[in-house]
Design a protein around this ligand. Structure first.
Ligand code: HEC
Length: 180
């Protein structure tokens, strides 16, 4: 009798452990995925910015965390999965889990075509080429690996040929923004 009670306890403990494991895995996978479509992107001026960079996350807490990492240039710290960064309307970086894009800590680069009608994804992945410069996004962003591939100023990336004023003007000219 006593043995069978012990056995039953062991079985139920096992069931609990397995259920807990399955649950925690499915919930962490759900928290880590972001699906990107053309509707993910819109008028760049609608997004809050830190210095030049527009930033988006659907979860307000994670947005706060991402803004903090960007604002304080925190080294060796990764942006939360689901973070979207944009400097100009036709380019974006979206953070996925590492296993999707191991070379870039999970970042996926986007080259977008934007018009009044909306956004078209021209290219995406970790080997996207910046057409006007003829090099991959990653080749420029790689030196900033310590800052989770975010270039900002002073993170080691080759500079882009636009100053802050020009970047602001390019953002303002986003054809997806209603006022344009
Ligand atoms: C010539 C090098 C170069 C290339 C090529 C390049 N970038 Fe950047 N990128 C930079 C620099 C430098 C900054 C920071 C500019 C600033 O804040 O003044 C930057 C900023 C950004 C930002 C804002 C966050 C950050 O890293 O500071 C995003 C998003 C971004 N680039 C995406 C892309 C995408 C997508 C591509 C490819 C389609 C690309 N970049 C190609 C150099 C480059």
């Amino acid at each position: 009798m006593r043995q069978s009670i012990v056995f039953l306890c062991q079985v139920s403990l096992c069931v609990c452990l397995v259920a807990g494991l399955v649950f925690s895995q499915t919930s962490s996978v759900a928290a880590q995925e972001i699906t990107v479509s053309e509707d993910t992107f819109g008028c760049i001026l609608d997004l809050p910015k830190v210095r030049n960079t527009r930033i988006k996350h659907d979860d307000p807490e994670k947005l706060k965390e991402a803004k903090r990492i960007l604002r304080d240039s925190v080294p060796e710290t990764e942006y939360p999965v689901g973070t979207i960064l944009q400097l100009v309307p036709h380019e974006a970086m979206v953070k996925h889990s590492h296993d999707k894009f191991p070379k870039t800590n999970g970042w996926e680069f986007f080259f977008l075509e934007v018009s009044k009608e909306g956004t078209k994804i021209q290219d995406r992945g970790d080997s996207v080429v910046n057409v006007s410069q003829g090099v991959t996004c990653l080749s420029c962003h790689q030196p900033a690996a310590k800052f989770d591939f975010v270039c900002e100023k002073g993170h080691g990336c080759a500079p882009i040929p636009f100053d802050d004023q020009k970047i602001a003007a390019i953002q303002k000219a986003d054809p997806r923004c209603a006022k344009n």
